[in-house]
Design a binder for this molecule. Structure first.
Ligand code: NBG
Length: 842
């Protein structure tokens, strides 16, 4: 061991403290990493190098990388302590952070060194080691992945931040496809050990539930309320360091795990009740057991509300404790913490922060409200009514009696304001009230979030307009300055530099290696659209990604696909509004055309689907079965050979996504206009050079504006047209009767052609489409086919397609999460970068 450190790492440009640790722990050469791995294999894992499995090597390398993050992690903490900059607290019930090892190597600039170190253990392809990592599936889809991209950008931009969430023991289920159906398997992501977290039992927080409230009077005779919960749970923080791209600082994810206060009830045990003795412990600990699927069902509602209060309370108490430790006055809370509520899941923060300030800290109401309001901001991620959380009053009262009292008070004061503005207008009061009294009484969490926050934003320009115009019109009229937009973004590090090594190499060579942090540099690609030699290189990158995906499809599904065919991809959660079934009907139309021999002008295609359906969402699961039925028929029909293949890739997750986005020629973003808040997959595809076939929905609108209408395949009704379609009495069966093609398609489905002769199987789907079609699949069908014809025609002109592809990448820098996070920082959070220039203390 040596005590000396290189003052500056040649690879990443990161200075390290000379006095700190040893080479195996902090050195950044391949030899240092190798030694670090060897040390961890031996001392941390108890393995000898001779019989180390890929998993052992993964663990050893991960520990070695984590060591290198530790200096940055501690330096960042130190900076917070001494410089006291304002920091972001990003509260989110979901964080879909994906595999950590390869990403952290990229962030630290250690990819080549790690490959070399692994080589010395006999590993020829590092991917063999990276791919054994179990990713923490602590999210359902876009919302959780967005939170992860934002944490990464915050770290890369050196904006001090903590992502606060829940350490679910079981994340989103693993998806198998059996007999064409989705089968859900428990996600045991922790089973092999997860090396990326640091447990801090001394920073535990206690959270109450149930019980009652009591009134008392303090020494000054002031009226005070105390909550006496009937149950308490302990939250133990598990910290995941979030590396920034080639910087000295490090962000942090703080995930709470629930534990019983007394892990064992000795009284019950002594009386012979062993089961009873552990029951409470088991009950409390189910709190952080499992991530809820976003299916909007009543199941587990109580537990879900408990989860929300649990992580919000732990996090707010943690922030207060942090101020206390640093000697900062409570009144300065908003100057030190910008608390962002990621959708309504953490909206209970409005009441909990009030409770902590009024009941526990003894602040008066107005002061507490000013602090709460100046600290919290809320992002809305959906307009779908089923996803706007409401909690039945009785459930709420039984779990959070004090919070309900506070919400009543907040509501009374708010409604008084509205009353003054709209004298005598009871209707408005009913519409905006935090308590919904239209049916069984319920707490509207979105209203609570809007009232308690200083800013409310939607996640794409169109979505933010709709948030103001249709979701919260009365609130927007009352507080126009509160409402704003921040269009989503995705990190170009994970989604291009890491996921697409071919494109990364080409970009670094043509526009310079700094493009991942200077995304505007992508614009420099534009003139290259006229350079045929460059377009060949561009096409070669795409082909390499397609080959890689084709190999994966073969390995996973035993299906051979042609990498030179057009890869036409739709990957996202399965939901009717996202209209995977529109894509599926389009496939049947294409199939019929092939069967009729009308193949002139058709581009050979591989159509790929991926995505999970919520376990309780029967129609979404039937759509998966439908796609698989179509795939089986088409793939086994010799007439389709060389023209069409259909693949449903099981278990879409971050790891798989990294292989999929770079391989797409065409990205399907075909939701019913007005229903997709933003979409972020659409951005990942476009940044990787896929062309979009899409509706004017969510961020598609802005993608089209950026890449140019001529480089985007637009189709379908606008939000207004969809609204008038329904207002005018939409009768899809008449549309079907008027279209020989649709009639033929439905007849074929009903004949059992895609279900082994079973004419019943898809009936619910057919009836839904022909009988009501709430998502206007039938109404947009002809336009969709016409747009697909334009795709076929464009594909025939190789260079024209490649130039369009290049322009998609060149013009999508706007969709970097760095831009989005900078907007939040400047307009909502008022936070500025805090640079770690030098060493951290030992
Ligand atoms: C989702 C929207 C997407 C959006 C992501 C991230 C929820 C509730 N909403 O359109 O459906 O891209 O949030 O903002 O998951």
């Amino acid at each position: 061991m040596t005590a000396t450190q290189p003052a500056l790492n040649a690879v990443a440009g990161i200075p390290l403290p000379a006095s700190y640790g040893d080479r195996q722990r902090t050195g950044l050469t391949a030899a240092d990493l190798f030694e670090g791995m060897a040390e961890h294999l031996f001392f941390s894992l108890g393995r000898s190098a001779i019989d180390a499995s890929p998993h052992d090597l993964y663990m050893a390398l991960s520990y070695a990388v984590r060591d290198r993050l530790m200096t940055r992690h501690l330096a960042s903490k130190d900076l917070l302590r001494h410089q006291q900059p304002k920091a972001v607290a990003y509260l989110s019930a979901e964080f879909l952070i994906g595999p950590q090892l390869a990403n952290n190597l990229l962030m630290l600039g250690l990819q080549n060194e790690a490959a070399e170190a692994l080589g010395r253990f006999g590993v020829t392809d590092p991917e063999q080691v990276y791919s054994v990592e179990e990713e923490p599936g602590l999210g359902n889809g876009g919302l959780g992945r967005l939170a992860a991209c934002y944490c990464e950008s915050l770290a890369s931009l050196e904006l001090p931040a903590t992502g606060y969430g829940i350490r679910y023991e079981f994340g989103i289920f693993d998806q198998l496809i059996k007999g064409g159906w989705q089968v859900e398997i428990t996600d045991k992501w922790l089973k092999g050990g997860w090396p990326w977290e640091l447990v801090h039992p001394t920073k535990a927080q206690v959270v109450g539930f149930g019980g009652h409230t009591e009134v008392w009077h303090d020494e000054q005779g002031r009226y005070r309320v105390r909550w006496v919960p009937s149950e308490v749970v302990v939250g133990i923080p598990h910290d995941v360091p979030i590396a920034g791209y080639r910087v000295n600082s490090c962000g942090r994810l703080r995930l709470w795990r629930a534990e019983a206060t007394e892990s064992f009830d000795f009284h019950a045990f002594n009386s012979g009740d062993y089961h009873g003795a552990v029951e409470l412990k088991v009950g409390c600990e189910t709190l952080s057991k499992v991530l809820y699927p976003n299916d909007g069902t009543a199941g587990g509602r109580r537990l879900r509300l408990m989860q929300q209060h649990f992580f919000v309370s732990c996090s707010l108490q943690d922030m207060l404790a942090n101020l206390r430790r640093r000697g900062i006055a409570i009144a300065d809370f908003p100057r030190h913490w910008a608390v962002q509520l990621n959708d309504t899941h953490p909206a209970i923060a409005v009441a909990e922060l009030m409770r902590l300030l009024v009941d526990e800290q003894g602040l008066d109401w107005d002061q507490a409200w000013a602090i709460t309001n100046a600290s919290l901001a809320y992002t809305n991620h959906t307009l779908l009514p089923e996803a706007l959380e409401c909690w039945g009053l009785e459930l709420f009262r039984s779990l959070l009696p004090r919070h309900l009292e506070l919400i009543y008070e907040i509501n009374a004061r708010f409604l008084q304001r509205v009353r003054l503005r709209h004298p005598g207008n009871e209707q408005i009061l009913r519409r905006v009230s935090i308590i919904d009294e239209s049916g069984a009484k319920a707490v509207r969490m979105a209203h609570l979030a809007v009232v308690g926050s200083h800013h409310v934003n939607g996640v794409a320009a169109l979505h933010s307009e709709l948030v103001q115009a249709s979701l919260f019109p009365e609130f927007a009229a009352l507080w126009p300055e509160k409402f704003t937009n921040v269009t989503n973004g995705v990190t170009p590090r994970r989604w291009v530099a890491l996921a697409n090594p071919y494109l990364n190499a080409l970009l670094s060579e043509s526009i310079g290696p700094n493009w991942p942090m200077q995304i505007e540099a992508l614009k420099q690609l534009e003139p290259l659209q006229h350079d045929p030699a460059f377009l060949e290189q561009w096409a070669a990158c795409k082909l390499a990604s397609k080959r890689r995906l084709a190999q994966m499809i073969d390995q996973r599904h035993g299906l051979l696909v042609d990498p030179t065919s057009l890869f036409d991809i739709q990957v996202k959660r399965i939901h009717e509004y996202k209209r995977q079934h529109l894509n599926a009907l389009g496939l049947i139309a294409r199939y019929l055309r092939i069967k009729a021999g009308e193949t002139a002008g058709l581009a050979p295609r591989t159509v790929i689907f991926g995505g999970k359906a919520a376990p309780g969402y029967a129609m979404a699961k039937l759509i998966i079965r439908f796609i698989n039925g179509i795939a089986e028929t088409i793939n086994s029909d010799p007439d389709t050979k060389g023209l069409l293949k259909v693949v449903f890739l099981a278990d879409f997750n971050v790891q798989l996504a990294e292989k999929i986005y770079p391989a797409a020629d065409l990205s399907q973003q075909i939701s019913t206009a007005g229903l997709e808040a933003s979409g972020t997959g659409n951005m990942k595809f476009a940044l990787n050079g896929a062309l979009t076939i899409g509706t004017l929905d969510g961020a598609n609108v802005e993608i089209r504006e950026h890449v140019g209408a001529e480089n985007f395949f637009l189709f379908g009704r606008t939000t207004e047209q969809i609204a008038s379609l329904h207002n005018d009495g939409y009768r899809p069966w008449e549309w079907v009767a008027a279209s020989p093609l649709l009639e033929q398609i439905f007849a074929l489905i009903e004949s059992g052609h895609f279900s082994g002769g079973d004419s019943e199987l898809f009936k619910p789907l057919v009836q839904n489409l022909v009988g009501s079609d709430p998502y206007a699949v039938i109404a947009d069908f002809a336009a969709y086919l016409e747009a697909q014809d334009r795709v076929d025609a464009a594909w025939q002109q190789h260079n024209y397609w490649q130039a369009m592809s290049l322009l998609n990448t060149a013009r999508c820098g706007f969709f970097s999460s760095d831009r989005a996070v900078r907007e939040y920082a400047a307009h909502i959070w008022q936070v500025t970068p805090a640079r770690v220039e030098m060493s951290c203390p030992i």
